[in-house]
Design a protein around this ligand. Structure first.
Ligand SMILES: NC(=O)c1ccc[n+]([C@@H]2O[C@H](COP(=O)([O-])OP(=O)(O)OC[C@H]3O[C@@H](n4cnc5c(N)ncnc54)[C@H](O)[C@@H]3O)[C@@H](O)[C@H]2O)c1
Ligand SMILES: O=C(O)[C@H](O)COP(=O)(O)O
Length: 395
């Protein structure tokens, strides 16, 4: 039997090549898929077939995937944490330099000059409008100090900038990785008040939607440049345009063009280019393909945004994977149902994360389909799957 993987978007061949025949059939929007592999495809707008057992995002943001709906179905959603962070960091640093030296309007000015005898004079006369600032000593504010924000902080400090950061949910690992000179801001307002440049690196969710709006921009340091390589809706575009018109914001550079932003002086948009490098595309694809294979072939979970990480060395061909609600007595009911069917549990692991729990069971003998159906009917069981071993497994 081959696992069927439906692929949306351009996924690096280095990743796709790891789905070897005859164990995998990979295709664009394949019907009856076991797994979906995608980048920015808007999956939340489509019907996801009941055959789908896992979804993998070859990238960081998962706001294009209906994660809550998948959790209710017991389907893990994988991503590739940090795999494209360097690519984004490099573009953000480029954007800081674009803003500091007014590079985009300056290029526009030169391109607007027609050939004429006084061409050189007009070049020299025009340049004073684009005089900029240098980075050492200037303050970069960073909202969100995860994989990308942390790398941006490190590079900005090497360029001589002061860095102030805000991230109330920073992980211990990311906090350890931050350079010691990063100043901790108490609020987003604090960052905006004290920074010459502010860059946002948070996921888009209900807490971060329009986190930069009219009220916050009203306290921003005059002449600040705002950078958004996070997601469009993290920023209220109307408020940004109003702030540029009021001459409080000097520039808005983002990775998310929109009809509203088109043609506005002070706005520079890139076509969602942050993660579009050979290296990042390869890193992301390899990471998530390996995660998908390990899940499909062994039931292992790594880097799922909605599931705990679970791994168990396989000691039996009769493996069962169960996703269930993180409520009392699930393991008790599952193991009792197995015992009543005369099955001996050889090995078992159960982990939880938030409202979700995940159980791997290796049995000494095969579980009949009606037993799987009985377990599936236990209230709180979200999905169940028998995982026979295949040769050439991911591990
Ligand atoms: N432009 C692109 O091509 C591109 C590429 C990669 C990622 N992204 C976007 O950037 C986001 C961040 O990526 P990452 O790899 O750094 O993710 P990450 O998970 O490593 O870091 C996100 C950080 O944001 C913090 N955070 C969450 N809510 C916050 C809040 N309300 N205020 C302040 N901080 C908050 C988290 O604690 C975390 O440290 C992604 O979710 C994605 O939307 C864009
Ligand atoms: O969240 C991400 O990883 C980025 O937005 C990259 O998106 P892309 O893979 O569609 O370029």
């Amino acid at each position: 039997m081959a696992y069927r993987v439906a692929v949306y978007n351009a996924i690096s061949a280095s990743g796709l090549g790891r789905f070897a025949a005859p164990h995998y059939a990979v295709g664009k929007a394949l019907a009856d898929a076991d797994a979906i592999l995608l980048r920015s495809h808007a999956l939340q707008l489509s019907e996801i077939p009941a055959t789908v057992k896992a979804i993998a995002r070859a990238g960081a943001g998962v706001n294009n995937i209906p994660v809550d709906e998948m959790s209710k179905r017991g389907v893990p959603v994988f991503n590739a944490p940090g795999a494209n962070a360097n690519a984004v960091k490099e573009l953000v640093i480029a954007a800081v330099l674009l803003a500091a030296r007014n590079v985009v309007p300056a290029i526009g000015y030169v391109q607007s000059l027609a050939a004429s005898p006084d061409f050189e004079k007009r070049v020299e006369d025009g340049k004073k409008q684009f005089a900029g600032v240098e980075l050492p000593g200037r303050t970069l504010g960073i909202i969100g100090l995860g994989a990308i924000g942390g790398l941006v902080a490190e590079t900005a400090i090497r360029l001589g900038m002061k860095v102030t950061g805000y991230d109330p949910e920073i992980t211990v690992d990311n906090a350890w990785r931050l350079p010691g000179s990063v100043k901790r801001a108490a609020s987003i307002e604090d960052v905006l008040k004290s920074s010459d440049f502010v860059t946002i690196h948070v996921p888009l969710n209900n807490h971060t939607r329009h986190m930069i709006g009219r009220e916050r921009l009203a306290v921003a340091k005059k002449g600040m440049a705002l950078l958004n390589f996070s997601r469009d809706a993290v920023v209220d575009e109307e408020a940004v345009l109003a702030s540029i018109a009021d001459k409080r914001l000097r520039a808005y550079i983002c990775d998310f063009p929109s009809p509203k932003l088109q043609g506005h002086a002070g706005v520079v948009t890139l076509p969602h280019l942050g993660a579009s490098t050979e290296e990042a595309e390869e890193n992301c694809a390899v990471m998530v393909v390996d995660q998908l294979k390990a899940f499909l072939e062994e039931g292992s979970v790594a880097n799922a945004v909605n599931f705990p990480s679970v791994e168990m060395a396989r000691e039996s061909p009769h493996r069962i994977a169960i996703a269930n609600a993180n409520v009392p007595n699930m393991v008790g009911q599952i193991s009792t149902t197995m015992a009543q069917a005369g099955l001996n549990i050889h090995n078992m692991v159960n982990k939880s994360k938030g409202e979700m729990a995940y159980t791997l069971v290796d049995l000494d003998s095969e579980a009949a389909p009606d037993l799987l159906a009985r377990i599936a009917h236990i209230p709180g069981v979200l999905s169940i799957r028998a995982i026979p071993p295949i040769s050439g497994s991911a591990k």
